[in-house]
Design a protein around this ligand. Sequence first.
Ligand SMILES: [Zn+2]
Length: 295
Amino acid sequence: MITVDIHVHLAEIPDQVPKWWAEELYRPFGLEFPPTNGKLAVELLDEAGIDVGCVMAADYRRTTHHPDHPHEHELLISNDYVAAEVRKHPGRLVGVASVDPLRDPQGAVIELERCVKELDMRALKLYPTYNHFYPADERLFPLYEKAIELDIPVHFHMGWTPLINAPMKFQDPVLLDDVGIAFRQLKVIVAHLGYPWVDQGICLVAKHPNFYCDMAYWGGFGPEFLYQALLKLKSINAIGRVLYGSENVCTTTFPEVYRQVNGAAERLGLPRITAEEMANIMGGTAAELYKIGKS
Ligand SMILES: [Zn+2]
């Protein structure tokens, strides 16, 4: 069975990412932002034993204002850059487009179509808290309609980030409920399962059969925390819509955390995650969603 990590960022430091920004992003964890181009991403995936990584573009320009660092960088990991890195690693990397949708809502629709049809990108990543928008803002509806037409999933960063210029009012996964009500055909992936609003994220995903989730960045919380969320999803019939995704600092270590969840189940005397459920989480479901192995 194929294994897929759906949550890998590309970002080269300092050419694409200002150092202060990278430090602020990881400061609470005492970690450093790992620079990652296509080659380094494949090396991380090799170390993790994962077959394919979905690498994401990002437009972080709304977050790079800092009183001590004026005019330093415009932080944009462009779709063309990501597509070029993917082309160097066929079969190992899959490109994920991104747009800052309110910068130019109509242009975003055209750009998404170009990314899918010309650059062979397989999903759209949106970052409400970094791009300062509510996901149910009707100005984004044409973008969602285009994603349905192109049959690609939309992967939303939901949940916390330590970055000061990323407002928390845009982070609660419940903000996606109105998107699910309006678009029953839209394939939505809730990144980080909306941490720290995890129970809300679980109920959101369970409620909408077209919603999926990843637990990217949970590597540091250990297997029992991960297992408890998986068990809740399993208990309300949503375990089949969990996708493995790591986040760069956890790319090499997170597979081992997943391997330990049934140890946690045994210690707690609670049901195991079956081998079939785990195979789907680790890549089977993502291969379908991202059409991996299909051209
Ligand atoms: Zn991420």
